[in-house]
Ligand binder design. Sequence first.
Ligand code: FAD
Ligand code: SF4
Ligand code: SF4
Ligand code: SF4
Length: 399
Amino acid sequence: MIEISDKKKCCGCTACANICPQKAIKMEYDSEGFMYPTFDINKCTNCGMCDRICPVINKFNIKEKGNFPIVYACYNINNEIRKKSSSGGIFYLLAKEVLKNGGIVVGASYDDDFSICHRIIYNKDELEKLMGSKYAQSEMRNIYRLVRENLIKGKKVLFSGTSCQVAGLKKFLIKEYDNLLCVDLICMGIPSNKIWKDYICNFYNKGKIKSINFKDKTYGWDCFSVKVLYEKGEDIQVGRLNNYMQLFFKGINIRPICFECPFRGKNRISDFTLSDCWGINNFAKELNDNLGTSSVMIHSENGNKIFESLKDELKYKQITFEEATKNNIYALKTVKPNDERKKFFSEYKSNGTNFKRLIKKYARVSIKYKIRIKISQFKRIFLGGINENFNHWRNRNIK
Ligand SMILES: Cc1cc2nc3c(=O)[nH]c(=O)nc-3n(C[C@H](O)[C@H](O)[C@H](O)COP(=O)(O)OP(=O)(O)OC[C@H]3O[C@@H](n4cnc5c(N)ncnc54)[C@H](O)[C@@H]3O)c2cc1C
Ligand code: SF4
Ligand code: SF4
Ligand code: SF4
């Protein structure tokens, strides 16, 4: 049975809970709002399965593979899809391809209360549920078992998630499956799902919520906004000035293990690593229309074959790993611990804390920073040129 004495040693992937033959492991929220396994010693038979498959205890030994990763700056030529995606809409293309061939797609979606969970999608009409980055840790529930059932039936499966979720799945499966494709992300860290739920209740309570987009491109991809659409009206705020996203950028609301993430690196166990193509103007300016460009790292022959078959639906340019990661440091490095994290959670846990006041206190930014962001936002509105929808956005109110 696994013992978690240090919270930095568990990524919350749920592989242990999914594998336990005695159903002796439950995933439960801790006081910071992250899920950890709890063990029922009366049910445990000490079979050792959970210890053997935990991806933090048993790290992958990833070897260099020929020319991999092959790296592209690219975007989906369908602008409607791109607008709904966080970066270049590459995930949609990969998912569409798998669904077209009778497969299923697994990824992070909103639950009924807008908390985040992984789910399976069986057709293209449902795909929108998985599109877009959601900045809270997805509940995995029994998803690994469902993936395995489908793989055994011979279904093609595209599994998408953070690198630790992909690692958890691969360890859980024990053996390799030719019909599995995995997509991970360059991942700075993952915020607490519980803080996110509290945030919705306290900050997004102006009516029934229809949709939430963490990376809306109204003011451009490089100046993304958090947009909440209510049945009546909407709330849109530049990400850099949004309290919730500020907590994320400062590393205040993220999981302890993310400060020492063991899952990043150049070579990975997934077939694709997707990310924003930050720094694009230095090496592929012609692919930047500020509607979103991805960098895609391909790690396998299978992945390369699929990418080649999608090229007609892409604008692309091959780039180097170094170009793709120079301005995207979390591909290789971990986020620096922030001293304020401990104080934040200690206040969060204490009775009688006013949640709104707490968030505002820790998310605060300097006046100089606020002015800089506002100026860049106004430039986009009044000087024009962010994308073909510019005039449509021009007269909107800004928070
Ligand atoms: C928490 C988080 C941190 C990130 N950090 C960085 C970063 O530091 N640098 C960078 O370049 N890119 C980062 N990204 C990735 C980036 O924002 C895009 O998601 C990625 O480039 C794919 O874009 P897309 O347009 O192809 O597809 P999209 O449609 O935007 O991507 C959707 C995919 O992301 C997955 N996903 C969304 N939210 C979650 C979640 N909470 N947990 C697990 N999987 C999720 C979905 O399963 C789906 O497969 C991060 C994403 C997340 C969710
Ligand atoms: S040792 Fe075996 S029975 Fe016990 S919790 Fe782990 S997987 Fe379950
Ligand atoms: S298998 Fe995953 S959830 Fe279980 S202890 Fe290891 S890292 Fe944590
Ligand atoms: S930073 Fe690492 S440990 Fe944290 S969510 Fe991302 S992949 Fe998992």
